[in-house]
Design a protein. Structure first.
Length: 454
């Protein structure tokens, strides 16, 4: 039997190497104490650069543009999830995702588009040798997304598995809880595979196309590169793009969520033969705007609650219980909570939820000890020093939005001293203010057995 040789695919040349006339730098600022260079380009694009030697010949690139989840239509639940798959798997206008794999084979480039609460993002990592191509890829992804049908097919193939996970694992009940805790806002709705199956590329275009085209854009680079050699590459790629907005809109109305009235008790269920449940208690805390000091102290308070819960639950119910507590305050929406949770047996849920609630109330009423505060702070202070030699910390926490939100630079400057200055009285004042009965939501997540088949 004659077998035809595999069809030889033609070599494809990357079509996105010329974005027009190179831009110019209209403003340059050296932030010497943090080792960051900030540029404003002639098309209003903002650039943040930091050279480090933490990872040899490695450069991380992060771009933020548009408004992300803030402007997601509330009547299009989970459109952000659908958009992420379509934009990443849909290739570019002139190249399919398969073409791009072949074009970039052997090169240190790549990109992943995401939807953040207040921006669309693109992340990639590269080397000095391939930086120009990485920047070309960034520009192409923003200016000419592919929205290809194959990405749509790929997404729809995932839906039966997603449907099964939402019905038969705790993740479905957790998603329902998230929707409830954010007042049923459609942008935080539990994914519905039937709704997702009906979305098309037009739904994504209607939401993102204007934001991709002309919204405020801030690009940050950190790693092992020469700043003076990098600026010309930036000018002929991102600097050559059409003019973009120089400001971000306030979107005050879009930041508002109608959170549930407290105190509250709530139960969510999922179908499962596996006897696994979760006990959660959440206390409302304020969102973060320009002052992050309170959130840092609430994180310390959560660490102390975490430690107390671990000791108490293991003492009463055995070593299988590993509770967790953390403070989560949005920097975008008017939402924040200090949440404690533990996964365990369904028959223990009521008892465990009650214990978590009682221990939170006890912390609020009686406060913490100096010894507990010292033990909570020690690992935090030790870890702060390590982050200073971590590219991810500089890129994502300090630089990424530092021109849109300059106060982030002050957060970085004052961070270590602020943590070291935390006093017992501050922690106890916050515990008293937030860990009260009237401020708590007690939540149980329980399995229900599937109905027996006749």
């Amino acid at each position: 039997m004659k077998v035809d040789p595999p069809e030889k695919k033609e070599d494809v040349t990357f079509a996105y190497t010329n974005f027009g006339k190179a831009g110019t730098v209209t403003s340059r600022r050296e932030i010497e104490d943090l080792g960051i260079t900030q540029l404003i380009l002639s098309n209003n694009i903002r650039i943040n650069l930091k050279r480090t030697d933490f990872q040899k010949n490695s450069i991380s690139v992060h771009a933020r543009f548009g408004n992300g989840k803030l402007t997601q239509p509330a009547d299009k639940p989970s459109l952000d999830m659908f958009s992420t798959v379509l934009l990443n798997a849909g290739g570019l206008g002139k190249h399919s995702a398969d073409d791009l794999k072949r074009i970039t084979a052997g090169r240190n480039v790549g990109g992943s588009l995401g939807v953040d609460d207040d921006a669309f993002t693109m992340d990639g990592s590269t080397t000095a040798e391939d930086l120009e191509m990485q920047l070309q890829l960034l520009c192409a992804s923003i200016t000419d997304p592919g929205y290809r049908e194959e990405a749509l097919r790929q997404f729809r193939k995932m839906l039966p598995m997603m449907d099964s996970q939402l019905k038969f694992t705790m993740s479905g009940a957790m998603a329902e809880m998230q929707e409830w805790s954010r007042g049923g806002d459609g942008r935080f709705a539990k994914p519905d595979p039937e709704v997702l199956a009906k979305y098309t590329a037009d739904d994504v275009k209607a939401w993102v196309s204007d934001e991709f085209k002309n919204s405020y854009l801030e690009v940050s680079l950190v790693g092992d590169f020469d700043i003076e050699k990098t600026v010309p590459l930036l000018l002929k790629t991102v600097g050559a793009l059409p003019n973009r907005s120089s400001t971000k809109p306030a979107l005050s109305k879009e930041r508002q969520l109608k959170t549930p009235e407290l105190p509250a008790t709530k139960k969510f269920t999922y179908t499962s033969k596996i006897p696994q449940a979760a006990s959660l208690v959440g206390w409302t805390i304020p969102p973060v705007r320009e002052d992050i000091r309170e959130l840092r102290r609430l994180n310390v308070l959560a660490t102390i609650l975490d430690d107390r819960l671990r000791n108490k639950l293991r003492e009463e119910l055995g070593a299988t219980y590993s509770p967790q507590a953390h403070a989560n305050a949005s920097m975008v929406f008017n939402y924040g909570n200090l949440m404690a949770m533990s996964i365990g047996a369904p028959e223990d849920v009521e008892k465990v939820t009650g214990l978590i609630h009682e221990m939170g109330l006890e912390l609020g009423a009686k406060g913490v000890t100096q010894d507990e505060l010292d033990r909570a702070l020690k690992p935090i202070l030790s870890n702060l020093e390590k982050t200073l030699r971590n590219n991810g910390y500089w890129l994502n926490t300090v630089m990424a939005q530092s021109q849109a939100e300059p106060f982030r630079l002050d957060w970085a400057r004052g961070r270590d001293n602020d943590y070291a200055s935390i006093k017992l009285g501050e922690i106890n004042d916050l515990a008293r203010e937030h860990l009260g009965r009237e401020n708590a939501a007690q939540i149980a997540i329980l399995p229900e057995k599937a109905p027996e088949k006749e």
